[in-house]
Design a protein around this ligand. Structure first.
Ligand code: HEC
Ligand code: HEC
Length: 277
């Protein structure tokens, strides 16, 4: 598993504030390529009262499992895509539509976009036109400010052996006796033991089909962002399915929190005590 510092940086910010545009610092670095393209000046879609067709189609497909408008998830932020291809002419629409249908990697990094053979050229083009109409989120400085305001919260727990662990999310509901896990962790437990256990083992202890013990993956330094990327993009050739379109990034986050809680030995095997009991 690659361990690139960019992914780790993204993970630490993305987990705090979903609205933070991680892309913001990059915006200034690349000089704006002349935006004479009429599309580049059309209104941002997010605030429109009637939803543009391209946005509707993107929502109906699995695009938002891997993309967000203003920050990197698994794939690049859509406003960064718009920025990169601004003023590149109309052939770029066909090229990008083709890329969405066929999938692939290389333009933004080594992670591959899954193919979308059923989307069709027409819809793919409509979505691309919507993406290219986006403008960087209302003032990069405003976004940068809000992301720096989001202070990292740390949750410290003492284990039975006296050791303490620090996490960036809560495992247990604060102040509740006896201890119960949060709704997110419990949801993660349920999803893991319904969909991931088949290969990664019940209670995340490792399992069959050469599927690794995910606790060891995290011990080995796998970040949340890398976990999310692998879960969404899959590694089809190695037997790891893509979960994009099936799970949202929030649901993968729940699963990650459950596995993390297991890895640091805060969550026992079996059904953890929760408000759902
Ligand atoms: C499994 C995750 C995943 C899903 C689902 C996904 N993408 Fe992507 N997308 C990526 C990744 C990763 C990249 C970067 C690929 C690269 O580096 O060339 C990307 C790149 C792109 C690009 C830029 C392509 C380029 O060559 O510059 C566009 C446009 C795009 N995606 C649109 C979409 C649309 C529209 C959908 C839904 C129909 C979608 N994506 C679904 C992961 C995904
Ligand atoms: C059909 C079997 C199968 C299922 C189901 C499955 N996985 Fe996997 N997964 C694998 C295999 C095999 C690998 C190892 C791929 C490789 O060798 O690179 C893997 C690797 C991973 C990795 C990367 C681990 C590492 O150390 O690089 C993550 C993260 C992961 N899976 C998450 C999940 C999650 C989350 C689920 C449930 C939503 C899930 N997997 C369901 C087979 C599966």
């Amino acid at each position: 598993m690659m361990n690139n510092p960019w992914a780790i940086l993204v993970a630490s910010v993305a987990s705090l504030a979903c609205t933070a545009a991680i892309a913001a610092p990059l915006v200034g670095a690349r000089s704006a390529s002349v935006a004479t393209d009429a599309q580049a000046t059309s209104a941002p879609a997010a605030s429109a009262t009637s939803e543009p067709a391209g946005l509707k189609d993107a929502k109906a497909s699995d695009c938002f499992a891997c993309h967000a408008i203003d920050h990197k998830v698994v794939g690049p932020a859509y406003d960064e895509v718009a920025k990169r291809y601004a003023g590149k002419g109309s052939t770029v629409v066909d090229k990008l539509a083709e890329k969405i249908i066929r999938g692939g990697s290389g333009n933004w990094g080594s992670i591959a976009m899954t193919p979308h053979p059923d989307l069709g050229q027409q819809k793919a083009r409509t979505i691309v036109e919507w993406i290219l109409s986006l403008k960087p989120a209302a003032g990069a400085s405003a976004v940068a400010k809000s992301s720096s305001e989001a202070t990292a919260k740390t949750y410290t727990y003492k284990k039975e052996d006296g050791k303490t662990v620090k996490l960036d999310f809560p495992v247990f509901v604060a102040g509740h006796k006896p201890e119960i896990v949060t709704k997110d962790v419990f949801t993660g437990y349920e999803q893991f033991n319904a969909y991931c256990n088949r290969c990664h083992g019940d209670d995340a202890v490792g399992g069959a089909y050469a599927a690794p013990d995910l606790r060891h993956s995290l011990t080995g330094g796998m970040s949340y962002q890398e976990f999310l990327q692998t879960a969404m993009a899959g590694r089809e050739s190695k037997g790891m399915p893509s979960w994009a379109g099936f799970f949202t990034p929030e649901q993968i986050r729940d699963i990650y929190e459950y596995v993390k809680g297991r890895q640091v030995d805060l969550i026992p095997t079996g059904r953890p005590p929760s408000a759902q009991d």
